[in-house]
Design a binder for this molecule. Structure first.
Ligand code: HEC
Ligand code: HEC
Length: 353
């Protein structure tokens, strides 16, 4: 079934979606220019007092937002399966959440809680081009992993749940949707904005008091003082998702790493923030990331099995074992400068997160 056979209101939903994405084009391209030039400047500064600038590779293939405008709705790639994939990503809790008849997810977040705009927002770990980058070597499992395994990584950590059956309709629909988003992008190439913004960290431990004041000023209005967010009226999920506590991502999730969380926050929060105009400074993003991750959350079982090759473990992974002598508190809250220097000297490895 192609998109023309999808009921009119669904077509309209997609048209709206595409329209919204279209509006971002100019702003985004402008942002790429600005970001590109800031990047150029900061990476030419020889001595930074901070832990950055970034060691991470920044893909330079521009993200062509305009492609979404040109998507051919009669293309066989846009099917009811794709539309279902989009609904699963946006309203995960209503389809496979703990209160449904298919309770694969263990919390009431949605994939879109972190992969904003249905995985179409740059610098919010977008799904665009992702399927063509798999199979891919994954340090956490120390083997080549498939796109389905990567989705199930988020199911078991970010969603604190169980893996989806690889042959099930949900998994197939999500992969089909990601393929649809990637339609017309350069296959196998990483595009600009494919992960998160990089952050130039202060080389000191997270300042939790400062993180708390940033939280009160910039986050609390939506995520609430107790971090539990605000429930949506007519669905199982949230209007503003929780950032810690029993219904949040678990302690094995990428967002539980201070560096990853700071990168996500800088380019995307408070809601409406875009990568070309981050509201928070790098220090604010770093401290508030530490603050939200200082509270209790569900525990992932068997984390000891993660990263069989310990050298590949990101240095801000807050749980051991590590192949370095630094204490758990320093992995969780920094300072990271020393840890990065250790891996460089000892193993010639560049650690960026
Ligand atoms: C709590 C936040 C959060 C939620 C919810 C979440 N993810 Fe993720 N996801 C992440 C983070 C963080 C990464 C890692 C990005 C990176 O590699 O730096 C990631 C990475 C991914 C990737 C790999 C992207 C790439 O560029 O290689 C896929 C695919 C993915 N997630 C799918 C999903 C799906 C599907 C869902 C819903 C079932 C979901 N995620 C829910 C935070 C989340
Ligand atoms: C205007 C409301 C608003 C403000 C202010 C805001 N957020 Fe969010 N935040 C959201 C929404 C909404 C989402 C989910 C995105 C979606 O559903 O489109 C989200 C998602 C998140 C997520 C990932 C999902 C999760 O539950 O873990 C994190 C982390 C986060 N916000 C942190 C912050 C931090 C830190 C601040 C302050 C710097 C902040 N937010 C300020 C509305 C807000």
């Amino acid at each position: 079934m192609d998109f023309n056979h999808v009921p009119q209101e669904k077509k309209t939903q997609f048209a709206l979606l595409i329209g919204q994405m279209g509006k971002g084009i100019l702003g985004f391209l402008f942002g790429v220019l600005i970001f590109g030039s800031i990047w150029g400047v900061s990476s030419s500064v020889p001595e930074s007092p901070n832990f950055g600038p970034q060691l991470e590779e920044i893909p330079d293939v521009p993200w062509d937002y305009a492609m979404f405008k040109n998507v051919d709705y009669t293309h066989p790639a846009t099917t009811e399966q794709v539309a279902y994939g989009r609904r699963l990503v946006d309203a995960t809790a209503d389809h496979i959440g703990p209160k449904t008849s298919k309770p694969f997810a263990g919390n009431n977040l949605n994939c879109s809680s972190c992969h904003l705009d249905g995985g179409g927002k740059p610098f919010a770990a977008p799904f665009v081009t992702v399927p063509s980058q798999f199979p891919q070597f994954r340090g956490r499992e120390n083997k080549e992993g498939t796109i389905e395994e990567r989705i199930n990584g988020c199911m078991q950590r970010s969603m604190n749940g169980e893996p989806l059956p690889v042959e099930g309709e949900e998994m197939k629909a999500m992969v089909a949707y990601m393929e649809w988003l990637s339609y017309e992008t350069p296959r196998g190439e990483k595009i600009k904005g494919n992960k998160f913004l990089t952050v130039d960290y202060p080389n000191r431990r997270v300042d939790l008091d400062h993180g708390k004041s940033v939280y009160i000023q910039h986050c609390q209005s939506c995520h609430m003082e107790d971090g539990q967010g605000q429930r949506a009226l007519n669905s199982f999920t949230y209007t503003y998702p929780p950032l810690w506590g029993p219904d949040s991502y678990n302690d094995g999730a990428g967002m539980h790493r201070v560096i990853t969380a700071a990168q996500f926050i800088k380019g995307n929060m408070p809601l409406g923030t875009t990568a070309d105009e981050p509201l928070l400074t790098d220090e604010e993003a770093y401290d508030v990331a530490g603050y939200i991750n200082s509270f209790t959350r569900p525990e992932k079982e068997n984390k000891i099995a993660d990263f069989p090759d310990r050298n590949l473990k990101p240095m801000s992974t807050p749980y051991g074992p590590w192949s370095d002598p630094f204490p758990a508190d320093q992995h969780k809250y920094g300072p990271y400068g020393e840890i990065a220097a250790f891996y460089k000297a000892e193993y010639n490895l560049n650690k960026s997160k």
